[in-house]
Write a protein that binds this ligand. Structure first.
Ligand code: FAD
Ligand code: NAP
Length: 544
C-alpha cells in the first residue's frame, strides 16, 4: 500500500515476532483489536530465529523460560532438557504460532524503517522497507533488546577470503566446520557457548579474547519425565513465585540433575584463605555461590575473583593459557552472568589456540585471517561472537518521530529516557516492550515480556473504556523514574567504575555510558506498574 493510501486503520501495529510480538498479537486479538505484526525475519522466534550458532541455549530452566498465559499450552509442551537448546526453543515458538494461528496476522521479511506520530489524526504511520505505510492507533515496539548484532569495525575486515559469520545472524542452513580452520572473535555468552562445540567439529579453532569472562558450569542434563510432570502439576505456584521474584526465576529444575539452586547466605569476608582454597578444591567454581556479600561489596567480590582464578588455574593445563583466561580488574557479576558447558576444558584440546589480545590487539583482518601485534593467524572461516547494540539498538535503527517531529534518537542522545521502560514522553501511544528502565535483560525475559504485554493490553482497554485517544508519559514522571532507576543501580557491581558491560552501553563506541535496565526486581517493578495503572495512570497524560 502506498503512503497516503487508505487501507483500514489498525488498532495496533506490533514490530517484531519474537516472544514479545507473538504474545502481544495473541493478547490484542483476544480483546477484539485489529492487530498486525511486522517482522524482518522469515518466521517467528526472534532471538531464537537469528541465533542458531552451535551451542546456543537458554540459561534459565526450560519450565520457567516458557509462556504462562495458556494453561493447556503449559501442559502439552514437553521440554527435554533442564535448559533448552536453541532448536527446541525455536520449535516451541513455532508450536505457539501454529496453536494460536498467529502467522495469519504477521508479515515476514518486512523491516520497519520509520514510524511517525500524526498529531492531527492521533495515528502512528508505520513505514516499511518496501515503502508501504500502515496506520494504527498504537504502536508496540517488540523489537528485542538483543536483536541488532554488533560487528566491530576492524581494518581490512572486508578483505577476508573465507566465509564470515556472526553468532547473532547465523545461517538457517547451519555451518559445517568439519576439516576447517576457524577463527572466533569474542568470549561473551555467545562465544563461550559456541567455542566448545565448534572446537569439537573444526580441524583447528583460534579464539581471540580481549577480556576473559567469569562463567559458571551449567550442569545441564535431560529433564526426567517425572520431574517435568511434577513441574506441570506445580505450575500455578511456579508462576506466582516467578512474578514476585527478583529476576523472574525460582530455579525450578536446577536441583534435578543440574547445579542446585543455592541461596547465598554466607559472608566471604568472614572466611580464611585456607577455607576458601579448600572449598575451591572441593566444589570448584560453584563454591563461590554461597556468598551474599560478593554482589554488594567490591572487596568481598575481589576475594571471590581470587577463588575463581584459582579454579581456572586448576582446570587449565598450560600455565600461560590459564593466566590468559583469568579475569582481572573488573568485578564478578558486573556483566550478564554466563554459564557454560566444557568451556575451560576446551582450552586443553590440542586443536584450540587462545590469543590473548591483552598482550597485543588485532591490527587488521587480512585475506588469510587476523593479524595481531603478536603475529599472524590464518584460518578458513571467521566467526564474530561480538555481541549486540543492546536495548536501544533496534529502536535506534527505526526513524521514530513523536510530537513535533522529534526523533527518538535525538531525544535519547544522552542515553535512553523512559517512564517505567514502557513509554517515552512526547511519543504518545508508543510502547516499548522490555525497554530501558524496566527489569528486562536482568530477568527471565518471558516473565517480563508477559508482564509488559498484560499491562499494555489493560492500558488500551482502559483508554477505550474511558474514550481516551492518547496516553503519554509526562516529562516529570520520566525524570522521577530515571532518578529512581539510577538510584537503585548505585553501589551495585553493575555500575562499578571498572565495569564495561553492554548494560552500560560500553561495548558500542560512542554510546552514552548509562546503566539501562531496572535493577529493583521483577516483583517490585510489577507492583509499581500495577500501582500506576490503579492510580489513574499516574505519571501519564490521557487525552480524549
Ligand atoms: P527478540 O526475540 O529479539 O525479537 C525481536 C524481533 O524484532 C526480531 O525477530 C527482529 O527481527 C524484529 N525486529 C527488530 N527490529 C525490527 C524492525 N525494524 N522491523 C521489523 N522487525 C524488527 N533471555 C532469557 O531470559 N534467558 C536466556 O537464557 C536468554 N538467552 C539468550 C540467548 C541469546 C543468544 C540471546 C541473543 C538472547 C538471550 N536472551 C535470554 C534474551 C532474549 O532476547 C529474550 O529472552 C527474548 O527471546 C526476547 O524476545 P523479544 O520478542 O523481546 O525480542
Ligand atoms: P557480549 O557479551 O557483548 O560479548 C562480546 C564479546 O566480543 C566480548 O568478549 C567482547 O570483548 C568481544 N569483542 C567485541 N568487540 C571486539 C573487538 N573489536 N575485538 C575483540 N573482541 C571484541 O555478546 P554475546 O556473547 O553475544 O552476549 C550478549 C548477550 O546475549 C549476553 O550477555 C546474554 O544476555 C545474551 N546471551 C545469552 C546466552 C545464554 O546463555 N542464554 C547466550 C548468548 C547470548 P570485550 O569484553 O573486551 O568487549
Amino acid at each position: 500500500m502506498a503512503e497516503g493510501s487508505s487501507e483500514n486503520t489498525l488498532d495496533v501495529v506490533i514490530v517484531g515476532a519474537g516472544f514479545a510480538g507473538m504474545y502481544a498479537l495473541h493478547s490484542f486479538r483476544g480483546m477484539g483489536l485489529q492487530a498486525k505484526v511486522l517482522e524482518a525475519g522469515n518466521d517467528v522466534g526472534g532471538t531464537w530465529y537469528w541465533n542458531r550458532y552451535p551451542g546456543a541455549r537458554c540459561d534459565v530452566p526450560s519450565v520457567e523460560y516458557s509462556y504462562s498465559f495458556d494453561k493447556d499450552l503449559e501442559q502439552e509442551w514437553n521440554w527435554t532438557e533442564i535448559m533448552a537448546a536453541q532448536p527446541e526453543i525455536l520449535e516451541y515458538a513455532g508450536h505457539v504460532a501454529d496453536r494460536f494461528d498467529l502467522r495469519k496476522d504477521m508479515q515476514f521479511q518486512t523491516r520497519v524503517t520509520r514510524t511517525i506520530f500524526d498529531e492531527s489524526s492521533n495515528l502512528w504511520q508505520v513505514v516499511t522497507d518496501a515503502g508501504k505505510t500502515l496506520r494504527a492507533r498504537f504502536c508496540v515496539m517488540a523489537t528485542g533488546c538483543l536483536s541488532v548484532p554488533n560487528t566491530p569495525t576492524i581494518a581490512g575486515q572486508d578483505s577476508f577470503a573465507g566465509a564470515v559469520y556472526h553468532t547473532g545472524n547465523w545461517p538457517e542452513a547451519g555451518v559445517d566446520f568439519s576439516g576447517l580452520k576457524v577463527g572466533i572473535i569474542g568470549t561473551g555468552s555467545s562465544g563461550i557457548q559456541s567455542i566448545p562445540v565448534i572446537a569439537e567439529q573444526a580441524a583447528h579453532l583460534t579464539v581471540f579474547q580481549r577480556t576473559p569472562n567469569y562463567t559458571m558450569p551449567a550442569a545441564n542434563a535431560p529433564l526426567k519425565p517425572e520431574f517435568l510432570q511434577q513441574a506441570k502439576e506445580n505450575y500455578p505456584n511456579i508462576r506466582a513465585e516467578q512474578r514476585a521474584s527478583q529476576v523472574g526465576i525460582v530455579g525450578y529444575g536446577f536441583g534435578f540433575g543440574g547445579a542446585e539452586n543455592v541461596e547465598p547466605t554466607e559472608e566471604i569476608r568472614n572466611t580464611t584463605e585456607e577455607e576458601r582454597q579448600r572449598l575451591v578444591e572441593e566444589e570448584g567454581f560453584l563454591a563461590i555461590r554461597r556468598y551474599a556479600d560478593v554482589s554488594v561489596d567490591e572487596a568481598a567480590n575481589e576475594l571471590a575473583c581470587d577463588m575463581y582464578r584459582t579454579q581456572v588455574g586448576r582446570v587449565i593445563q598450560d600455565p600461560e593459557t590459564a593466566d590468559a583466561l583469568m579475569p582481572r580488574d573488573y568485578p564478578m557479576g558486573c556483566k550478564r552472568p554466563v554459564i557454560d558447558t566444557n568451556y575451560y576444558e576446551t582450552f586443553n584440546r590440542a586443536n584450540v589456540t587462545l590469543v590473548d589480545l591483552r598482550k597485543g590487539g588485532i591490527d587488521r583482518i587480512t585475506a588469510q585471517g587476523v593479524s595481531t601485534a603478536q603475529g599472524e593467524h590464518a584460518f578458513d572461516v571467521l566467526v564474530y561472537a561480538t555481541g549486540f547494540d543492546a536495548m536501544t539498538g533496534a529502536l535506534g535503527k527505526i526513524d521514530i518521530r513523536g510530537r513535533q517531529d522529534v526523533a527518538l534518537t535525538d531525544y535519547w542522545e544522552a542515553g535512553p529516557r523512559t517512564y517505567l521502560g514502557l513509554q517515552v514522553a512526547g511519543f504518545p501511544n508508543l510502547f516499548t516492550v522490555t525497554g530501558p528502565g524496566s527489569p528486562s535483560v536482568l530477568s527471565n525475559m518471558i516473565v517480563s515480556i508477559e508482564q509488559h504485554i498484560d499491562w499494555i493490553a489493560q492500558c488500551i482497554a482502559d483508554l477505550d473504556q474511558r474514550g481516551a485517544k492518547t496516553i503519554e508519559a509526562t516529562s516529570a514522571a520520566e525524570d522521577a523514574w530515571i532518578a529512581h532507576v539510577n538510584e537503585v543501580a548505585e553501589n551495585t557491581m553493575f555500575t562499578a567504575q571498572s565495569c564495561n558491560s553492554w548494560y552500560l552501553g560500553a561495548n558500542i563506541p560512542g554510546k552514552p555510558r548509562i546503566f539501562m535496565p531496572y535493577v529493583g526486581g521483577v516483583g517490585v517493578y510489577r507492583e509499581k506498574c500495577d500501582e500506576v495503572a490503579k492510580n489513574d495512570y499516574k505519571g501519564f497524560l490521557l487525552q480524549a
